[in-house]
Design a protein around this ligand. Structure first.
Ligand SMILES: [Fe+2]
Length: 299
């Protein structure tokens, strides 16, 4: 090891195949304090129904291990799944944390969804982390690394020799996350990735997603800085900012919107809460419709 560090976390991963999302429990083995990272609320878009089985599995695991859940942490406002953090908070009293730049994401999407109830000061979250901030989970020290690009608000959580990287990086054989969401920026993503890859090579990286990759038929979500530097198909050592930008921009132009993009964003910018009930007591999700040539369509 190249630097002195505090105690190491005990880590459990939970994979949600419908959204390809990996959620984590990280715990201090001494004090049994724990945090959830990126918990998933199951959501059936066709029926408009939610289910808590994924987050219940995490809560059961935490309970069986005797953990006290003190934080439920988001790496960013996800565009592919709804956050389970409000449920974790309701069940455990854990605080919901996210990066301070969530305010920018809220400002971008408030008009998109006409979310007039939404305050764009981040106050729906319990804590907004700034770059370099440290906090504790029991005796563990967590360092916040600001890694924008995929969205303007991404952060990573570094605990001992482990970093929870959100959507900054995927497995080396898959590459990187898209950077074409509103407020995303491919060059910014490149620099955030380089910041992560400057960490010691043995640093273990825990990813938020996996989609398998050509030639790999099992899911994987754990890698190291060294492996990424050597083998990441998009940003291994030697790939320039220009090369990455050209590749990522061309690739993003071919990608469809994620299946749960619109439901996810409007819920996750509200810290996982649904829009307020309308006059009939029902909560609705909003789908902004792009009516190109509306008059011709007769609408
Ligand atoms: Fe994401």
């Amino acid at each position: 090891m190249t630097e002195a560090r505090g105690p190491e976390p005990v880590i459990q991963a939970f994979f949600d195949e419908p959204t390809n999302t990996v959620s984590y429990i990280v715990a201090d083995p001494e004090t049994k304090q724990a945090a959830f990272i990126d918990p998933v609320l199951d959501y059936d878009h066709n029926g408009g129904s939610v289910d808590t089985r994924s987050v219940e599995a995490m809560l059961t695991a935490a309970d069986e291990a005797g953990y006290t859940v003190v934080w439920t942490l988001e790496t960013h406002a996800h565009a592919d799944h709804l956050s389970g953090s409000p449920y974790v908070k309701a069940k455990t009293g854990a605080k919901i944390g996210i990066g301070e730049h969530i305010k920018e994401v809220q400002k971008i999407f408030r008009p998109v969804f006409n979310a007039t109830d939404l305050r764009t000061d981040g106050s729906d979250f319990d804590h907004l982390f700034v770059d370099g901030e440290t906090f504790r989970i029991g005796d563990l020290t967590v360092e916040v690394l600001y890694t924008p690009g995929h969205t303007p608000a991404d952060i990573c959580y570094r605990i001992g020799g482990h970093v929870f990287v959100g959507d900054t990086l995927f497995m080396p054989d898959f590459g990187t996350a898209r950077a074409d969401f509103p407020g995303g920026d491919v060059r910014t993503l490149y620099h955030s990735i380089r910041k992560l890859l400057a960490l010691p090579p043995e640093t273990v990286l825990h990813l938020c997603h996996d989609y398998k990759a050509p030639g790999r038929d099992v899911y994987a979500w754990e890698t190291t800085v060294g492996e990424q530097r050597e083998r990441n198909v998009h940003v291994k050592e030697g790939v320039s900012e220009e090369e990455f930008t050209a590749m990522r921009t061309a690739r993003d132009a071919t990608l469809a919107a994620p299946r749960l993009l619109l439901p996810s964003i409007q819920v996750n910018i509200r810290a996982g809460k649904f829009p307020p009930a309308e006059a009939n007591g029902v909560r609705y999700l909003t789908i902004p419709v792009k009516l190109k040539g509306g008059a011709e369509l007769g609408v």
